[in-house]
Design a protein around this ligand. Structure first.
Ligand code: M6R
Length: 610
């Protein structure tokens, strides 16, 4: 995790670095720091959020036109000033920021200790500093030293390096951690993510693995590990910086929830048309001919993206009658999976940088498996490395808790499942038209739920003191309940468990007591009566019940304490709609409990380490 920013130009670097770090704070926020060159390197860093660094900079201002900054999410060593970045060598002549994990840091550290280097922090990053210094001492060539050092590093890194012998230069390198280079007029930038530099430039280079870039104010030169120059196309950012700001909402999460009607409209825009009887997925080959090469389908992802994959599995199996295995990426990669060129793999990721998902993709490709990436962040590593990409077009998602990206991912699953089912002639044109009509109505149905958000606010305030929350459902409702439970855990810090409704009696019902809240999902009409029976069982044991049901299914009012109704829709469209009230409910509970909604404790937006 962690966010990196760097500047070389003619302006004062510190305000630019701080500005960039603010938009990268979602990547980690337990400590932060900057190093700026001005007749020597000046370092200011502190434990805590960026506001603490701002205060420190008011006390100890640093000036200079070349600098690097960092906001940290601790992996090695507790959050503390000494462990925060940038890190320096003994003479304070070089400063380094790092994102990622250096897996062989212990052995490198032992070796460097034996050579006389002195370490002050517990971080893995500090070995990169001393290793670069070690090589620099041999021939005084900073680029060479960085290349030689990173050749020895195992694991992942995005690095920014400045050195007082090169006062007009910034060096950057990456492997398995994101890093972009921004091209300005008389100034250039590095950053972990595009919004950090979007205010200054729309022209970026997307650095690839094992590439090293040398930035001066007038040039960016990219090298491979043989020091050969690499030429690259400029990537032009088309979305607006306003898209990455709050637009008057108190939290990014609420802004992102409210954006969902538009997100779904955009998702569908160039993929289904009211006068065309097919799903068009440019750049994703799901033709009958292509599909006939595959004997099985895997869907692999992490967290919320994984839960959208569970919806995808159910849809592909039910619509196309093809078996699908869905796995969390961190398990998949170590499970010795049975995959080959006859397997199709779909990886889902908002950031396109999640370390486990990326590793799963690479593992699959090494086995000859064709990988489709369902990705939100344009130009991200997964988007670039997947064989085909279906972009979810949700725009930048800043809140740590994923909302609009999940809806867009589920929408992508609708399109993929429908496309596969049509390729196999498993659904008729008439059935397709029903699905298409329902998809077209999704944005207005989402909006009608959002219009009732005050109702969910009142429910959240009523139930905010719950100690334990159970989410139950059957079939697709169960998949949705998993996402509901995750959301309330991560932003409200309430203990929540999703359970398949039929499993309650096999153990967990013993946990039900008066203070338990049960959220019952009843959006799948075929399971309505069965789930009602399960709700009665917990109600009889004293739990409070909030039901999420389809309009018209009013009998639930007899068993639930409260009911939130979603508009009627086709069974396959219901998951997306049923999840919206869960998002709002979790959001308002988190607000009622005074949680830091956009930056929940211990979490980072982009999990770029294993
Ligand atoms: O960027 P990705 O979609 O690959 O991220 C996967 C998970 O880390 C992510 O969905 C996480 O679970 C969210 N915080 C959930 O809100």
């Amino acid at each position: 995790m962690c966010g990196i920013v760097g500047y070389v130009g003619e302006k004062q670097a510190t305000p630019i670095l701080m500005d960039g770090l603010k938009s990268l704070e979602y990547r980690g926020y337990d400590s932060a720091g900057v190093a700026v060159y001005d007749n020597g390197l000046n370092l200011v860093k502190t434990k805590g959020r960026l506001v603490e660094l701002e205060k420190r900079l008011e006390e100890f201002p640093v000036t200079g036109i070349v600098g690097i900054g960092h906001t940290r999410w601790a992996t090695h060593g507790e959050p503390s000033e000494i462990n925060s970045h940038p890190h320096m060598n003994e003479e304070s002549s070089m400063a380094v920021v790092h994102n990622g994990i250096i897996e062989n840091y212990m052995e490198i550290r032992d070796d460097l200790l034996a050579k006389g280097h002195v370490f002050v922090s517990e971080t893995d990053t500090e070995v990169a500093v001393h290793l670069i210094e070690h090589y620099y001492n041999q021939n005084q060539d900073l680029l060479d030293a960085v290349i030689l050092a990173i050749k020895e590093l195992k694991g992942s890194y995005a690095l920014g390096v400045i050195h007082e012998d090169y006062p007009n230069q910034l060096i950057a390198a990456r492997k398995d951690s994101p890093l972009v280079l921004g091209l300005g007029e008389g100034e250039n930038f590095i950053a972990s993510d595009i919004p950090a530099i979007l205010k200054y430039t729309r022209n970026v280079y997307l650095l690839d693995d094992e590439e090293v870039a040398v930035l001066t104010k007038d040039s960016i030169t990219i090298y491979d590990l043989y020091r050969d120059v690499v030429t690259k196309d400029i990537f032009k950012v088309t979305w607006d910086v306003a898209a990455a700001e709050k637009d008057g909402y108190e939290h990014f999460m609420m802004k992102e929830i409210m954006e969902q009607p538009k997100v779904i409209k955009d998702m569908l825009a160039s993929r289904i048309y009211d006068d065309v009887d097919e799903v068009r997925l440019d750049n994703v080959d799901l033709s009958k001919e292509k599909l006939s090469q595959y004997s099985k389908i895997y869907i692999v992802a992490c967290g919320t993206a994984y839960y959208s994959g569970l919806v995808g599995k159910s849809l592909i199996e039910r619509l196309a009658r093809i078996p699908v295995i869905t796995e969390v990426a961190s398990e998949f990669r170590y499970s010795d999976p049975i995959i080959d060129k006859n397997t199709l793999m779909i990886v889902i990721s908002q950031s396109g940088e999640t370390a486990d998902t990326l590793a799963a993709l690479r593992l699959a490709q090494a086995a000859g498996t064709h990988v489709i990436g369902v990705v939100n962040a344009v130009g991200s590593t997964i988007a670039r490395e997947a064989d085909d990409v279906l972009y979810t077009l949700a725009g930048p998602e800043i809140a740590v808790a994923s909302t609009k990206a999940y809806s867009a991912q589920v929408c992508a699953m609708y399109l993929i499942a429908t496309k596969i089912a049509m390729a196999y002639d498993k659904i008729s044109i008439e059935e397709f038209r029903i699905i298409r009509n329902e998809l077209f109505m999704l944005p207005s149905k989402i909006k009608s739920i959002l219009d009732k958000k005050d109702q969910l606010k009142a429910l959240a305030e009523k139930y905010a003191d719950s100690k334990n929350v159970f989410y139950i459902g059957r079939g697709l409702d169960f998949a949705v309940s998993m996402e509901g439970a995750l959301k309330i855990k991560e932003i409200a810090y309430l203990h929540a468990e999703p359970y398949a409704a039929g499993e309650l009696k096999h153990g967990p019902i013993a946990l039900i007591e008066k203070s338990t809240l049960l959220v019952g999902l009843l959006a799948q009409e075929e399971f309505y009566d069965k789930t009602i029976s399960n709700i009665k069982e917990v109600k009889a044991r004293g739990a409070k019940v909030l039901a999420i049901a389809m309009e018209g299914k009013n009998s639930v009012e007899k068993v639930a304490d409260d009911v939130f109704y979603i508009p009627r829709t086709h069974w396959m469209i219901a998951p997306l709609l049923a999840n919206i009230p869960q998002q709002l409910f979790a959001y308002y509970i988190a607000c009622a409990l005074g949680r830091d909604v956009d930056k929940p404790r211990n979490l980072a937006k982009s999990v770029t380490v294993e």
